[in-house]
Ligand binder design. Sequence first.
Ligand SMILES: [Zn+2]
Length: 299
Amino acid sequence: MKLVSNVHNNSTVNNILTIDVEDWFHILELPSEIPVKDWIKLENRVLKNTLSLLNLLSRYNAKATFFVLGWVAQYCPDLIREIEKQGHEIATHGYSHRLIRDLTPKEFAQDVSLSLEYLSRATSKPILGYRAPGFSLTEDCLWALDILLELGLSYDASVFPLKRNHGGYKNFTGEGGFINTPKGRQILEVPVTCNNFLGKKLYVLGGGYFRISPYWVIASGIKQLNQQGKPAMIYLHPREFDPLQPRLEMSKVRSFMSYVNLHTTETKLEKLLSNFRFNTIKNIWQLSSVPKLTELQAA
Ligand SMILES: [Zn+2]
């Protein structure tokens, strides 16, 4: 990666901005898990954090794909309506924020289906995409892709092509495009984008990695992809814009990655919005033309 300190990008490449809409207590694999039935008793911060993020995006006329947790859609349906009203894409992050590896295929289908039920009550447009909690789509649970197609979804954005805590799909090769499912169908996969640094894959474009990295490193990473004509994908959560969120008990390493540099997220994103173009997965992949499973079968 060629690192430059003064990044002003005139690229016409549209990058992908994705937001996983969940609250401060949805951090994965805590030492003592908070049951779903108790989530409603906790302070809701996702509403105001997402609304302030929407304000930021509207100032720069940037559009994003919001992977909304079904539970959030159940309790904040007006927020989903507002996201859609402002021209963003609504997609699903499942209902109960559980890793795919902890679910049977039947439980996974029920979880995604429940999320679609709550999301579709608040949206007028079809939901096309899914992202797994913790990017937990690995080589061991590709069966999930067939279930997504069976539920009427068109794309998956759950591949993190490096090793990570909750899985990661480090042997995933290639970039976004159609991939084969175990049942011989095809689904559009839109993976997280990595950079090359001294011949190694490096990730700086989302979550804790985004908060740790200085702005110029992130901007250089986007520029490197754009110079090759490729869109970069950023992923963030509303809680990452909230330095005052309550702190949950977890290991020192997890705590560092979850809470480091929360005060820098908004400034970094605002700078990116002024220097790069961002749009939704649906718009960038022109998904109105993606055939649905039923059409594929009929063809
Ligand atoms: Zn999540």
